[in-house]
Design a binder for this molecule. Structure first.
Ligand code: ATP
Ligand code: MG
Length: 233
């Protein structure tokens, strides 16, 4: 399975989302790797170094790849490869999306993010990417319920799918990242409880895409939610 985290916009939370998903799936027994395609910045690679320095488990392999095709070749060795993409890379984003089973596009509630991110999705769709494969995720989400509702309605009007669960913006998530931890490894239970359902929702999207899954070949303790359980059984 390949999840591509794609965005034209910088700083929207691609790397934080990639690490969170990698940690949660790894905790559930999947073999996971993050392909750090932002070779200039290498922020996930640096995060991995901090994680190793602090001996945080589970171990999550992260490697820089100069090309998408190299990362995709390596993906065969893992149950899940997460492509953590660079910003401002239209061509590379399309390549990532072509290979991916699921394309996720992070956005905040701000029109400054929503507009370019919708353009990213439209560009992918025009280039032939199945719109069903593209899901928006609210990341660094900070605002009232009204703001969330208005952002959801904006995406709906643009014909985009957005996940029910989100990653809130929290200082504790930044601090966790500084220590080589993911958003789900913060000390605050309320933050963890808010964010872990996002991994469950994504598991419920990708598990049915695993070929020949009559008898699940991948063990996961990411429990389906009651609402989405029917999608996997
Ligand atoms: N949920 C969050 N709460 C608080 N801070 C966050 C959250 N997610 C990300 N950040 C912080 O926001 C900044 C940008 O996040 P991140 O590096 O994940 O974005 P990105 O889209 O990968 O950026 P780039 O385009 O530079 O690769 C970082 O400083 C990160 O620590
Ligand atoms: Mg990044």
């Amino acid at each position: 399975m390949i999840i591509a985290v794609v965005s034209q916009k910088g700083g929207v939370g691609k790397s934080a989302l990639s690490r969170f998903l990698a940690v949660e799936f790894a905790k559930s027994g999947w073999s996971v790797k993050i392909a750090d395609l932002d070779t200039g910045q290498g922020s996930s690679t640096n995060w991995k170094a901090r994680r190793d320095q602090n001996a945080i488990k589970p171990e999550v392999p992260v490697e820089k790849y100069a090309t998408v095709s190299r990362a995709v070749q390596d993906a065969e060795r893992y149950e899940l490869m997460i492509l953590d993409g660079p910003a401002f890379a239209e061509k590379r984003g399309l390549q990532m999306a072509e290979y991916a089973d699921l394309v996720v596009i992070p956005t905040s509630y701000s029109l400054d993010d929503l507009q370019p991110q919708v353009e990213t999705a439209q560009h992918l769709e025009v280039a032939g990417i199945d719109p069903e494969k593209i899901k928006f995720i609210f990341c660094k989400a900070d605002g009232s319920d009204t703001e969330e509702a208005s952002a959801r309605s904006y995406l709906k009007r643009a014909g985009m799918n957005v996940l029910k669960n989100l990653m809130p913006e929290r200082a504790s998530i930044r601090h966790a990242s500084n220590n080589g931890q993911s958003a789900s490894e913060v000390p605050h239970r309320t933050v963890r409880e808010r964010i872990i359902p996002l991994a469950v929702e994504i598991a419920n999207i990708i598990i049915p895409k695993i070929p020949d899954i009559e008898e699940p070949q991948v063990h996961t303790t990411i429990e389906p939610t009651r609402e989405t359980a029917c999608a996997t059984h």
